[in-house]
Write a protein that binds this ligand. Structure first.
Ligand code: HGY
Ligand code: MN
Ligand code: MN
Length: 406
């Protein structure tokens, strides 16, 4: 697993410990080709689907048994870390290898999967949403990464929009989904725990907003006469932060992009385009937060006598982790003598796309300094191994439980 991890980290490497593998980019496709060869060299069956999900399949269950999916994603955020996603895919692959070597038989088959575009540099949880049948057709109309990037990526990967939806699986064939991931926060490190038993995953919504003002001469236009879109964008960004910190404890909001146009030193910005994302632990709070943020945007537009337009790009629901999966993780960690604590995930994950159709579970390992989505992302290798062993042992424990009913 270590040799695989180090080899994979070289693909799309940014030279400072990170990787740059946006979904369906050449570097991402190179990583997928590398995974395919790993799967075949391991004597496992290679599979891929219309959404570009790549997987290793091990028929270790009885005839007609459902499949327990394990995995994560190989795509990264731009200039991201080398652990976010790959650790889960490689630990899943290693689990299949060990089950195969040991000749273990389980009440389900195993499949180690690399989901397409978890990070949303194109759409967001694209492959997992397609497999689950939860991907909305409209999600492809105005995707987070823009239509052009989506079309170019699909073409590069030999995929089609219609083909994406053919990836949907019959839920009766799915025993569930279990994912190992880095925590991307500080809670495990703060209590010296090795394993996080994920209890729930946060809901996430994203919008594109634009403030529309008037271009003008930056030198000759009196300050009080300006319709400056840039000012509204700045006021809104600060107002969003204040709103969340004052009125929405446990939630977050982020303006990840602001683009002023025409964009010159001496032109008053006519237009400011913003990428807004916000997260809440449950759907009603997510909806309340959405309304409050849009009200702040309207206030900012009014304050500077501007027009406001906006479009919701996606809304991923919060998800509860199946108690039987949490129990299997807790027992596996205990059996390995590891300290495990329950915790909610404020990062989104493929597991939340699958949660509506099958029982899901996640386990975390510590992130040094809580840093992620950065080349400085780091998990000590010892913790990666603890996570992989806990994943494997949780799979074996799930083999002894009645997953669908417990
Ligand atoms: O954005 C997230 O929470 C995840 O890393 N995709
Ligand atoms: Mn991830
Ligand atoms: Mn991520």
């Amino acid at each position: 697993m270590r040799a695989d991890f180090d080899a994979l980290a070289q693909i799309g490497a940014t030279g400072n410990g990170g990787v740059d593998r946006p979904s369906l980019s050449p570097a991402h496709l190179e990583a997928r080709a590398w995974l395919r060869s790993c799967i075949i060299d391991s004597g496992l069956e290679f599979r891929s689907d219309g959404a570009g999900n790549h997987s290793a399949y091990l028929p270790c269950g009885s005839q007609g048994a459902p499949i327990l999916l394990l995995g994560s994603h190989l795509d990264s955020v731009p200039s991201g870390g080398r652990f976010d996603g790959p650790l889960g895919v490689l630990a899943a692959l290693e689990a299949l290898r060990v089950v195969k070597e040991q000749g273990l038989s389980l009440p389900f088959h195993l499949e180690a999967i690399d989901f397409t575009d978890e990070e949303g540099t194109l759409v967001g949880e694209l492959g997992s949403g397609a497999l689950a049948g939860t991907l909305a057709l409209k999600a492809l109309d105005s995707p987070r990464g823009g239509r052009q990037a989506l079309e170019a990526g699909l073409q590069r990967a030999g995929l089609t929009e219609a083909g994406i939806f053919s990836a949907q699986r019959d839920p009766t064939g799915l025993a569930g989904y279990l994912e190992l991931h880095i925590e991307q926060g500080l809670r495990l490190m703060n209590v010296q725990a090795q394993i996080g038993i994920v209890t729930s995953i946060v809901g996430i919504s994203s919008y594109r907003l634009a403030f529309l003002g008037q271009a003008g001469h930056a030198g000759t236009t009196p300050m009080e006469d300006r319709h400056d879109a840039g000012l509204a964008a700045s006021v809104f960004n600060l107002a969003a932060r204040e709103l969340v910190m004052r009125e929405f404890p446990g939630c977050v909001a982020n303006v990840g992009q602001i683009h002023f146009s025409p964009g010159a030193f001496n032109i008053i910005p006519a237009r400011a385009d913003l990428a807004l994302e916000f997260r809440a632990p449950d759907a009603p709070i997510l909806d309340r937060l959405e309304g409050a943020l849009l009200a702040r945007a309207r206030d900012a537009a009014q304050q500077f006598r501007l027009e406001l337009i906006y479009e919701q790009l996606d809304r991923v629901l919060p998800a509860e982790m199946a108690p039987v999966f949490q129990a299997a993780i807790r027992e596996a960690a205990g059996q390995l003598g590891l300290k495990a604590i329950p915790l909610a995930s404020f990062a989104g994950h493929d597991a939340q796309a699958l949660a509506p159709v099958c029982p899901v579970g996640m386990l975390f390992v510590p992130s040094v300094g809580g840093i992620s989505h950065s080349p400085r992302e780091l998990t000590h290798w010892e913790d990666c191994v603890y996570g992989a062993n806990t994943l494997l042992n949780a799979v074996i424990r799930l083999g002894g439980k009645n997953i669908k009913t417990e």
